[in-house]
Design a protein around this ligand. Structure first.
Ligand code: MC0
Length: 141
């Protein structure tokens, strides 16, 4: 079902400060940054300089507004690991397979994720307390 660990996501209050910390402390480089209005996040993707394209990335997630998932997470838990994202080739097929096993998906239909990927999430209570994201990357042309 899963082809790779696509990324792990960390909730942060200040995106620029978190990027600087991960660059200056661990040597990670930003590969992509965007605002996702629907998800209420300003995000950056980072990777280690030696990593091949497609290697697992680190996603830093800062809230755009107070009612967003990341703002709520920061209020409740403070900064830290917020999600684990699995790469899949067909998000609808993955959703069906997980629903058939009795897991709850957060969205009826896939939504837009980083770099025009198609995403959904498994409820953390159905995945051992971990918010699991399913990511079908956009086709690269
Ligand atoms: C909440 N809970 C979590 C959690 N967030 N557990 C593990 N990891 C998390 N991140 C726990 C709560 O502590 C609570 O447990 C229970 O789940 C239900 O909480 P709730 O109060 O009913 O629900 P909320 O309001 O906290 O919402 C949680 C939920 C929400 C996962 C539904 O965060 C959500 O819709 N997330 C999906 C979207 C998202 O995360 N977007 C930001 C990333 P107790 O034991 O207290 O009952 S955007 C992104 O990731 C995109 C751009 C991308 O990668 O492409």
């Amino acid at each position: 079902l899963v082809t790779a660990v696509d990324h792990v996501g960390i909730a942060v209050a200040d995106l620029e400060a978190a990027i600087a910390f991960h660059r200056d402390t661990f040597g990670l480089e930003v590969t992509h940054s965007e605002v996702n209005e629907e998800q209420g996040v300003h995000e950056a993707m980072l990777r280690a300089p030696g990593d091949a394209t497609g290697a697992t990335q680190l996603q830093l997630l800062a809230p755009l507004r107070e009612d967003s998932a990341i703002a709520k997470f920061l209020d409740r838990s403070g900064p830290g690991l917020q999600q684990l994202a699995f790469r899949v080739t067909d998000v609808e097929a993955a959703m069906s397979a997980l629903r058939a096993k009795g897991l709850r998906l957060l969205y009826e239909e896939p939504r837009r994720g980083t770099a025009n990927s198609r995403i959904n999430f498994v409820h953390p209570k159905d995945a051992g307390g971990v918010l699991v994201e399913l990511v079908e990357p956009a086709e690269v042309h």
